[in-house]
Design a protein around this ligand. Structure first.
Ligand SMILES: Cc1ncc(COP(=O)(O)O)c(C=O)c1O
Length: 445
């Protein structure tokens, strides 16, 4: 048996108590799928986080962790990042929700227009899906066409989820007739949509990059097809924006879309999203029959956070290089460790620096799910809030990455040992990742 993890005796008792309360009060026990207890090792992993600072978070039992996904991406600079916290504190003292726009909407819009290649005008929302939905609707209104060609995740709205048979409950079939899916790095699958719907594709709504890099000028080819077909090219930069580069993946890859959606890295943990793009398209929102409006869209604390967050990225100058470097260090460090433990055929890290994942394959005597769950259990006990992917922040120092990799080293040693002993599932002290919440309370899923 390998040495016991440094923090293996940490208690998660309060986490479990809160999970019991959540089960009776909150369907799925969380507000976001990826934050649900089902994504973790129920019974071992923490379930509620109390506070964060830099790249560290503390759970409700007071246990400290190095954060890997930083709240699913928004904390680009770090939790409680001082210039952002200060800007929000100043604004909250002046009030946050007014009956007319606050001037901060102009400051933030100007910053976005300055740094994002496609941005000529900007509108704000709160969540990413506010502006991905807006982009699809605006493209339809602007072009007078109905079909949205799409790939990648763009949030839960009907226009996107209708094309996902596994997640389309509650959406009338007819909605799905107007959304067509294609595959990333498969330009033929996109061409087919245009062939099947001549002159009726309003927009290609796509993440500019997924886990793997674009191949064969895929992004440029999407641009060329959109131009040839008089359709709009919309980049969903909710994850890549302000992360791959100050101007997003469109700056990094040198392809300018007609519209782009931003959230997460725009405001360092405060709820703000933005649609930016070509003036003529954006002005279609001024048509009297076009509607996009919500009470909190111009809420001032989040705009203050965004102003401070983007300004900090401009002033520091090395935010994006830092994020790329730390992500590559995690990926390469993990793959070296997997090799050291003879596990390179079982687990590997992949992706591009700003977003790096760790994946598991089935072994002869253990499923990928059991292996991932055991690795997660050990990572959590060692003080790393592992959840499969890494969205490094400006606050992850070289020492933090070293510490993270030291914990991964221990976790992989445990995996190696458990595989040798044919005891992967046996060593799991909680439910494997993906176990339903209802099973835990004795109901059918
Ligand atoms: C690429 C992408 N688009 C859209 C969304 C939806 O954003 P939100 O959850 O803020 O609505 C996400 C969320 O993770 C995302 O990663």
């Amino acid at each position: 048996m390998v040495k016991e993890s440094r923090l293996s005796r940490r208690s998660t008792e309060r986490s479990r108590e809160l999970l019991e309360r959540a089960r009776s009060l909150v369907p799925r026990a969380a507000q976001t799928n990826s934050k649900s207890p089902t994504q973790y090792v129920q019974g071992v992993s923490p379930t509620h986080i109390e506070r964060g600072d830099g790249c560290r978070v503390w759970d409700v039992d007071g246990n400290e962790y190095i954060d890997c996904v930083m709240g699913l991406g928004p904390n680009l600079l770090g939790h409680n990042y001082p210039p952002v916290t200060e800007a929000v504190r100043e604004q909250t003292e002046k009030g946050t929700a007014f009956s007319m726009p606050n001037p901060l909407q102009l400051d933030v819009a100007e910053l976005i227009v300055d740094v994002v290649p496609c941005a000529e005008m900007v509108r704000f929302g709160k969540n990413g899906n506010d502006v991905t939905t807006l982009a699809a609707k605006l493209a339809r209104a602007h072009t007078g066409r109905d079909i949205i060609a799409t790939q990648g995740y763009h949030g839960w709205p009907d226009v996107f989820m209708s094309s996902n048979p596994g997640l389309s409950s509650g959406i009338p079939d007819v909605v799905g007739e107007y959304t067509e899916s294609f595959d990333y790095n498969d330009i033929e699958s996109l061409e087919r949509i245009f062939e099947e719907h001549p002159d009726d594709v309003a927009a290609i709504v796509t993440t500019p990059v997924n886990m793997s890099a674009p191949e064969d000028d895929f992004i440029q080819q999407m641009r060329e097809i959109a131009d040839r077909e008089d359709a709009l090219l919309v980049f969903d930069e909710i994850l890549t924006g302000f992360r791959f580069a100050l101007g997003g993946a469109q700056e990094y890859y040198g392809v300018t879309p007609d519209l782009a959606c931003f959230a997460k890295g725009i405001s360092n943990g405060y709820p703000l999203s933005a649609l930016a793009g070509r003036e003529d398209v954006m002005r279609t929102m001024e048509n009297p029959d076009f509607m996009f409006s919500m009470t909190y869209a111009g809420e001032a604390a989040s705009l203050a956070a965004a102003k401070a967050c983007i300004t900090e990225q401009i002033e520091q100058g090395d935010v994006h290089d830092h994020i790329w470097r730390q992500g590559e260090a995690i990926k390469n460090g993990y793959n070296d460790l997997a090799e050291d433990h003879g596990l390179e055929h079982i687990t590997a890290s992949s992706g591009l620096g700003p977003r790096v994942s760790v994946n598991f394959n089935d072994a002869e005597n253990a499923s990928s799910n059991a292996l991932e769950s055991l690795f997660m259990q050990e990572a959590h006990r060692g003080g790393v809030l592992f959840s499969g992917s890494h969205l490094p922040s400006y606050s992850h120092s070289d020492e933090d990455i070293e510490e993270m990799l030291a914990v991964y080293d221990d976790a992989l040693a445990e995996l190696e040992d458990a595989l040798d002993a044919d005891a992967v599932e046996e060593r799991l002290d909680g439910e494997p990742v993906g176990a339903s919440i209802r099973e835990q309370i004795g109901e059918e899923d």
